[in-house]
Ligand binder design. Structure first.
Ligand code: FPP
Length: 254
């Protein structure tokens, strides 16, 4: 049976606990601008992706101090396969090396790593490294890092709907059970809280199929900085400014 068709029972959904009610518990980042950063330096796009990979650690390390418990980063979208073969192959190589290089540090610093996205198109070596890293760090709870790899919001909802339909076909659920909460239990993110804040770097103001379902009520911050130039200080400033936002979730202010 193909990997994506294996029906796994939904895990317990996120408990809804909050650390600091004023700060964002879950920050998601669209790390954009690597290509332009490299081109501005007359270097190949992959040079920018390597520089971008090095930025992750600094942002991740800042999370506990800023009260950010969940960090989700967009590493490769379901649409990114349209890039040149050289760039795609280079990115896949970078993901493998990143996992091998960072695994020990992530474990030591209390980071629990998860991957979201469809693994079916990823090569076996990369998938086994992803599985191993998830298992290795599964006892950690200081920061939860989720890496979106071959991820697309529409693709995720489609896969969830397919699995839900399968459960109905098997007689384990009926159409009466289908509501937003049930569907969310079939999403890749089922154990995560929804993002409170989504940051996109590089001056583009679009969401590019990232966490479509989960970001229904997220706050957005679009910054001009190219991802390889993004610093801990800028991250801290954005997180701090979130506290001033008035999130109403469709209701009116108190
Ligand atoms: C978008 O910038 C970035 C990507 C498609 C790849 C993101 C990958 C990384 C930040 C590094 C590796 C990540 C991990 C988890 C090791 P772009 O290339 O579209 O930039 P551009 O808009 O300037 O061309």
């Amino acid at each position: 049976m193909a990997r994506q068709d294996q029906i796994t029972p939904p895990l317990a959904p996120h408990s809804g606990e909050r650390q600091d009610p004023r700060g964002p518990e879950h920050v998601a980042i669209i790390m954009d601008g690597n290509g332009r950063w490299a081109q501005m330096r007359g270097r190949p796009r992959l040079f920018g992706h390597h520089a971008g990979a090095q930025r992750i650690r600094e942002v991740l390390e800042a999370c506990p101090d800023l009260g950010v418990k969940y960090l989700t980063i967009f590493a490769f979208s379901t649409e990114n396969w349209k890039r040149t073969q050289t760039e795609v192959a280079g990115l896949m190589r970078l993901f493998r090396h990143y996992i091998q290089r960072e695994a020990r540090e992530l474990l030591k610093s209390g980071v629990r790593v998860r991957f979201i996205g469809d693994r079916i198109k990823l090569d076996d070596k990369l998938v086994s490294l992803m599985d191993e890293l998830e298992l290795l760090t599964s006892g950690n709870d200081k920061v939860h890092l989720t890496i979106a790899l071959n991820y697309g919001g529409r693709d995720e909802v489609t896969r969830a709907a397919k699995r839900l339909a399968y459960e109905i076909e098997m007689g384990r659920l009926t159409h009466q059970d289908v509501d937003a909460e049930t569907l969310a239990r079939f999403l890749d993110t089922r154990v995560l809280p929804d993002p409170d804040l989504v940051i996109r770097t590089s001056g583009e103001a679009r969401i590019s199929n990232f966490l479509l379902w989960q970001s229904a009520y997220a706050e957005y911050e679009f910054v001009d900085t190219l991802w390889p130039d993004f610093t801990r200080a800028e991250f801290a400033r954005i997180v701090a400014s979130y506290a001033a936002r008035d999130r109403r979730f469709g209701a009116v202010s108190a």
